[in-house]
Design a protein around this ligand. Structure first.
Ligand SMILES: NC(=O)c1ccc[n+]([C@@H]2O[C@H](COP(=O)([O-])OP(=O)(O)OC[C@H]3O[C@@H](n4cnc5c(N)ncnc54)[C@H](O)[C@@H]3O)[C@@H](O)[C@H]2O)c1
Length: 399
């Protein structure tokens, strides 16, 4: 039987140096009044000037909301929705990193429903189409410009929560690598390694055999179409990330293409154990999402390898290596991702609690190719705490 495939891309995806100039035309096709959602840093930076110039040239009236704050606390999102409601925009333009793009999606959702946002947590709980979103990433990246999810922090919950629905997929994604030029090394590294994690976790996710198995989910597991994007993404990010840190424009372009492709892959396939572990670790250490995911990814790859050897070999081929976990570890260290959980302040005594919290994130754990049991997870976390991949090599993992 042929493999099933799912793809839910935006209506328009533009990629390449200078495509930001198409922002005006793209938004004008959707409405007359736009709200640009960005953050305080980017409000004074060149990408915003490029977008507003393009909107002006296309005759689109626009306002700027620059109040996006990291981690998107629910009260800040609700306040932004109230502010946006008074402006009654036809289109929301998200401009920035994943935080601004997610904020744009949440404002669009908040404008389109009277229900509290908390009613939409989880998968397939968004009641209908939202105000259209045009997403313009300035990091490469989260892939949020093409994904059906927005992540926020609810003070009522210890962990970040996701709202996932095909209704949250932006109508257009405008991916201009030139907008990432000059971004600091840490922003570049954490965003880029997050993209690699999206691609690797999408490529090695479980496969659900029938459409009936997939229908209830937004993130359905790996499939014929996500596989193509995932491998493409792994090769692009692998080839470009070191050069992107040095701000080489050609490398920036590779990583932007990679993060977009990774977004298209995980938008249907979903992510898995590295993301499940990052949630409790990020909440404890207050470290950026990409830092945690990038630190954990090689350990998760080594842990998963016995359950998906052929797939890991494909990942290796895309990276030009026969030891993909080691290659990802070297790449992460080279670009400045910390080498161990101890280095980011996790205490050895916390590992069991972290394992329990991660196991509770059923959606991500169920997507992982190797069954995750408490003992195995504790061994993985011990290795990541020490910053030593060796105990997770396939032979030892079978003991
Ligand atoms: N919706 C999704 O599909 C998805 C996927 C992964 C992560 N996320 C979310 O994305 C967020 C992380 O996004 P991020 O890694 O892009 O970081 P970010 O959006 O939080 O931005 C980090 C910092 O980088 C700055 N910045 C952004 N672009 C810049 C540029 N071109 N030059 C200089 N500085 C720049 C920002 O102003 C900010 O200070 C997290 O909240 C995470 O939960 C969402």
């Amino acid at each position: 039987m042929p493999e099933l495939g799912v793809l839910r891309p935006p209506r328009t995806v533009l990629l390449g140096d200078g495509v930001v100039e198409a922002a005006g035309r793209t938004v004008a096709a959707l409405g007359e009044r736009a709200l640009i959602c960005t953050d305080p840093f980017l409000a004074a930076a060149p990408p915003l000037r490029a977008v507003t110039a393009s909107l002006r040239a296309a005759g689109v009236r626009h306002e700027v909301f620059d109040g996006t704050v990291a981690e998107l606390p629910l009260p800040a999102v609700e306040a932004a929705v109230r502010e946006a409601r008074a402006l009654a925009p036809d289109v929301i333009v998200g401009l920035g990193g994943g935080s601004c793009l997610d904020m744009a999606k949440l404002i669009a959702l908040g404008l389109s429903t009277d229900a509290p946002l908390s009613d939409c947590y989880g998968e397939h709980n968004v009641p209908g189409p939202t105000v259209p979103v045009v997403a313009i990433p300035t990091t490469a990246g989260t892939g949020s410009e093409v994904t059906p999810v927005a992540v926020l922090t609810d003070p009522a919950s210890e962990l970040k929560v996701g709202i996932s629905s095909p209704h949250l997929v932006p109508v257009a994604a405008i991916c201009d690598p030139a907008l990432t030029l000059g971004a600091p090394a840490t922003v570049t590294a954490f965003a880029g390694i997050d993209a690699l994690a999206h691609a690797v976790e999408a490529y090695t996710a479980v496969r659900r055999p029938t459409w009936a198995d997939m229908a209830q989910r937004v993130f359905v597991g790996r499939n014929a179409l996500s596989d193509r994007w995932a491998l493409h993404a792994i090769a692009r990010v692998g080839a470009g990330l070191r050069g992107a840190i040095d701000d080489d424009p050609a490398a920036r372009a590779l990583v932007m293409e990679g993060s977009l492709s990774a977004g298209l892959a995980f938008a249907t396939a979903g992510t898995a154990l590295a993301h499940a572990l990052q949630y409790p670790i990020g909440a404890r250490t207050r470290t950026p999402h990409g830092l945690g995911v990038g630190l954990l990814l090689p350990f998760v790859m080594a842990y998963n390898a016995p359950a998906c050897e052929a797939r890991m070999a494909d990942v290796g081929r895309a990276l030009g290596t026969d030891d993909p976990a080691r290659a990802v570890r070297d790449l992460a260290l080279d670009v400045g991702v910390p080498g161990s959980l101890a280095q980011i302040g996790v205490q050895a005594g916390e590992l069991e609690e972290i394992a329990t919290a991660a196991l509770g994130i059923e959606r991500l754990i169920a997507n992982n190719p190797r069954e995750v049991d408490p003992a195995g997870l504790t061994a993985l976390l011990r290795a990541a705490h020490a910053g030593d991949l060796a105990p997770l090599t396939p032979m030892e993992a079978h003991r």
